[in-house]
Design a protein around this ligand. Structure first.
Ligand SMILES: NC(=O)c1ccc[n+]([C@@H]2O[C@H](COP(=O)([O-])OP(=O)(O)OC[C@H]3O[C@@H](n4cnc5c(N)ncnc54)[C@H](OP(=O)(O)O)[C@@H]3O)[C@@H](O)[C@H]2O)c1
Length: 336
């Protein structure tokens, strides 16, 4: 499969690392050979129609000078849309930064790729939260596939569990811890830290978003709840429909009081088909959503099975890029 990779940050590089370490398994188990025909960051594009070695690409990106080390394949200043339209490829992996105001530049990259009849894999929440149904319809119209399992839960397959493994059953309610930073902060507050100290620690450990306001005010969780509800339960929610309250006003004494009563405070995202909300809630310490540190968790309450809970790491370059690989394998298997 010929792939154009747009974005070479932690996910783009994680994806390339997976291609290096898993190439035999991809070939033997799935019959999938991934050929990176172009890769881009903000400096420009590397284009090699015969395929660039992912190990060489990732080494160049991590060396001073970046992609410009790869002469003569490097094309400085080249933009993704131009490459998407001119380089022959089967799929585009889009991992540029998330922008929830207008989805750009990813929105144009994804729309352009689908219009050019290229399958798309992304972990970018912006275009998916803003325009999931439009993009899904465009993909269908163009006869290509759009996959975005890394947008919620990082590498933990929250979307796939509900859409694939629970097929035939009916999800009645979604409740989840969808933001690792706030969960880490609340966990550390339960261990004695005040909010600011716990947040600083989360930032140092690389858990927080570039703008930690998105985490602590509940916006990131609201974005993910919107994607989950729309994809899993066929809702038609916008982020602004989610009643959202963050954790910024919680003090250590409240967390301590909850603990003394056998409870914990968690930032929970819930949708029951009517109301969608993200807010701090008191839950029993024995609840399956009481997961520690930066973990994410989701409980689907279904008509036949009752509660089904999935717990896992909700972010991280290596973890989330495994969702990109999973989506690409799925596209390969669906189209071969
Ligand atoms: N990291 C995670 O754990 C995680 C989890 C779930 C979802 N996501 C989502 O996945 C996406 C990628 O995340 P990340 O952590 O890999 O981000 P990142 O480290 O900030 O990397 C973004 C990459 O995109 C490149 N880029 C920016 N604008 C571009 C443009 N117009 N054309 C081509 N390349 C462009 C950047 O180039 P330069 O290298 O030149 O700056 C960089 O290589 C984001 O939307 C994020 O929200 C991430």
């Amino acid at each position: 499969m010929r792939v154009i990779l747009v974005g070479l940050g932690s996910l783009g590089q994680g994806f390339l690392d997976h291609l290096v370490t898993r190439s035999d398994e991809l070939r033997d188990r799935y019959g999938l050979r991934v050929k990176i025909v172009a890769a881009l960051d903000t400096s420009g594009a590397v284009v090699q129609p015969a395929g660039v070695d992912p190990a060489v690409l990732v080494r160049a990106k991590r060396t001073p000078g970046g992609l410009s080390n790869l002469q003569p394949s490097f094309r400085p200043g080249r933009r993704a849309l131009e490459i998407i339209h001119t380089v022959e490829a089967d799929a585009v992996v889009e991992v540029t930064p998330t922008n929830i105001l207008d989805g750009e530049p990813a929105m144009s990259h994804i729309r352009g790729s689908l219009k050019a009849k290229r399958h798309v894999v992304t972990a970018n929440k912006g275009p998916i939260v803003l325009a999931m149904s439009y993009l899904a319809a465009l993909a269908e119209e163009q006869g290509v596939l759009l996959r975005f399992s890394g947008t919620v839960g990082g590498g933990t397959p929250m979307l796939d569990l509900a859409r694939l493994s629970l097929r035939g059953d009916r999800v009645l309610e979604i409740a989840g811890i969808l933001n690792g930073t706030t969960n880490y902060v609340l966990t550390r507050m339960g261990e004695g830290l005040e909010f600011d100290a716990a947040l600083q620690e989360a930032q140092k450990l690389g858990y927080a978003e570039a703008n930690p306001k998105y985490d602590v005010e509940g916006t990131d969780a609201a974005i993910k709840l919107t994607i989950l509800s729309n994809w899993v339960m066929g809702a038609k929610l916008h982020v602004t429909d989610i009643a959202t309250r963050g954790i910024e006003s919680i003090i250590h004494a409240e967390v301590e009081r909850a603990r003394a009563q056998g409870q914990v405070i968690k930032l929970l995202a819930r949708y029951d088909g009517k109301r969608a909300r993200v807010e701090p809630e008191l839950i029993p310490a024995s609840d399956s959503l009481n997961v520690p540190g930066p973990l994410n968790a989701v409980t689907y309450t279904t008509e036949d099975l009752g509660a089904v809970t999935l717990i896992g790491k909700g972010a991280g370059g290596r973890e989330t890029s495994s969702a990109l690989l999973r989506d690409l394998i799925d596209i390969h298997l669906q189209t071969k």
